[in-house]
Design a protein around this ligand. Structure first.
Ligand SMILES: C[S@@+](CC[C@H](N)C(=O)[O-])C[C@H]1O[C@@H](n2cnc3c(N)ncnc32)[C@H](O)[C@@H]1O
Length: 474
């Protein structure tokens, strides 16, 4: 197989030739123009965009059939016509003149190829399959696109502007390398990430003057309900930067597999009756770790600000002047309802949705049952399994019909998701009969009945709710 040497060439003002006047030629010309090459295009006819590009002074057009003289002085040539004999002639003549040539879609006739590009100017990542599997190369590019954050470009520009200063300050290569390693491990990166270039620049100056202590920070991240593909790109990128990960039981194993390999992991899991670490201690732990200069990922199930105590933790960080970022996650109501085929609102059935907790902080604190029992709305009840007899009794007492459809979604979005469909009058009984375990979400309202119509089969365990006829379940 032909081996290609990956090099990045500087084409600034260098003469290149495109043979062909259609869309493909236009695309290739644009790629050359991006590198500020001096582009000449030869063809008997040109598409409108190429004619406009010539009018704008971007390219030179030669309205002619290709001949050898067009190659004179060119460094690269692309054959982009749909006439095979012309493309072959371009290839042969270019080879005779030792000019790099690319015949579009004809890999054996390419002495250079265009790789798939991840563009984070000034950082460029080029991927090539040496012409063997361009679609696979494109897939890889898409993967990298999601993994490489957008701020890498501005970060490279910023540190580039410090290169000479760093060279002047550190005479030895090893010292310079150590300095740059410490920069990329520092909060300079996250300052650029949130667009605060001024603070990042200031910190770089301080680091150069050796005044700056490593500054820690906390990323409060919502990991969604369990399916790792529901993580946001930002969550994934921060999880891969963390020195320490502080996580709850609700965070699925698949998600924990995605954190930086050598990060320290601390579980502060909360389960009813199993408060392994008190909330106050977790708050203090986050502050202490950040003050030690660590980058701390505080990962929570769902969204950190929806029944996630994220607000309390951020208040403590703020009070201790710890830098933080907050990354929202898909909350259980959104994830479970989507994966169970239950639209939380629907013009025919529910004009409002209420998120409700079945587990209140202060004992005796009662919910607004009157409001919750109103029709034409959906209730998404978190932590409602244990209190389901109470929830059922209160909603019935305040007038919600016993026939109101209910879906109980256990382990929503995960491989072992289970959906039990029943009615409000049977809620507590069905939870017991099906031995529902945490985490489970209760969806109460007419929309729950749409599960039968709209459930999809991405989640294999969902089938179990169909396998058991409703008459058996209810
Ligand atoms: C302490 S709350 C945390 C909620 C989380 N912050 C969120 O936004 O989804 C825990 C409750 O969320 C619900 N929950 C979280 N993940 C779930 C899942 N994958 N399936 C079903 N319910 C879930 C359950 O009701 C569980 O008892």
């Amino acid at each position: 197989m032909v081996q290609y040497l990956p090099i990045f060439t500087k084409l600034d003002n260098k003469p290149v030739l495109v043979v062909g006047g259609g869309d493909v030629a236009l695309r290739k010309a644009r790629a050359f123009l991006k590198a500020r090459a001096d582009v000449t295009i030869v063809a008997p006819e040109f598409c409108q965009e190429l004619l406009e590009a010539e009018q704008d002074g971007e390219v030179t057009l030669i309205k002619d059939y290709f001949n050898e003289s067009h190659l004179a002085g060119k460094m690269l040539v692309i054959a982009a016509t749909d006439v095979e004999s012309v493309n072959n002639t371009v290839f042969e003549l270019a080879n005779q003149h030792n000019i790099f040539v690319n015949v579009v879609d004809d890999q054996p006739k390419c002495s250079f190829i265009f790789p798939s590009i991840v563009d984070r100017d000034p950082i460029t990542i080029a991927i090539s399959s040496a012409g063997t599997a361009p679609v696979l190369a494109r897939r890889l590019r898409e993967k990298l696109e999601t993994l490489i954050p957008q701020h890498i470009g501005p970060l490279a520009t910023l540190v580039g502007s410090f290169r000479d200063k760093v060279k002047a300050r550190f005479k030895h290569f090893a010292d310079r390398r150590q300095f740059w390693e410490s920069v990329f491990d520092s909060s300079v990166v996250s300052k650029v990430q949130v667009g605060d270039t001024e603070a990042a620049t200031e910190q770089l100056h301080e680091m150069l003057d050796a005044k700056a202590e490593p500054e820690g920070e906390v990323y409060v991240i919502g990991a969604g309900p369990g399916d790792p593909e529901l993580l946001t790109l930002k969550a994934l990128q921060l999880m891969q930067q963390a020195d320490v990960v502080v996580y709850d039981y609700l965070v699925s194993d698949e998600i924990m597999d995605l954190v930086r390999r050598d990060a320290d992991l601390i579980c502060v899991g909360k389960r009813l009756n199993y408060h392994s670490v008190k909330q106050e201690d977790t708050n203090q732990m986050l502050v202490d770790l950040a003050k030690q200069g660590k980058k701390v990922c505080r990962i929570k199930g769902g969204d950190p600000f929806i029944y996630g105590r994220g607000g309390e933790e951020v208040q403590v960080l703020k009070a201790h002047d710890v830098r933080y970022q907050i990354v929202p996650g898909i909350t259980a109501a959104a994830g479970c309802s989507a994966y169970a085929g239950i639209p939380l609102t629907h013009r025919d059935h529910a004009q409002a949705i209420q998120f409700v907790t079945g587990h209140c902080k202060k004992d005796g604190q009662e919910l607004d049952w009157q409001g919750l029992a109103k029709p034409n709305q959906t209730l998404a009840i978190y932590m409602g399994v244990i209190k389901s007899p109470h929830i059922q009794a209160k909603l019935l007492e305040h007038g919600r019909s016993a026939n109101t459809p209910v879906a109980i979604v256990e382990n929503g979005t995960r491989k072992n998701q289970r959906v039990v469909r029943t009615e409000l009058g049977q809620l507590a009984e069905q939870i017991e009969a099906h031995e529902i375990v945490s985490p489970a979400l209760l969806i109460i309202g007419e929309v729950a009945a749409l599960h039968e119509e709209l459930a999809w089969f991405g989640q294999s365990a969902q089938i179990s709710s169909f396998a058991q006829p409703l008459t058996d379940v209810a």
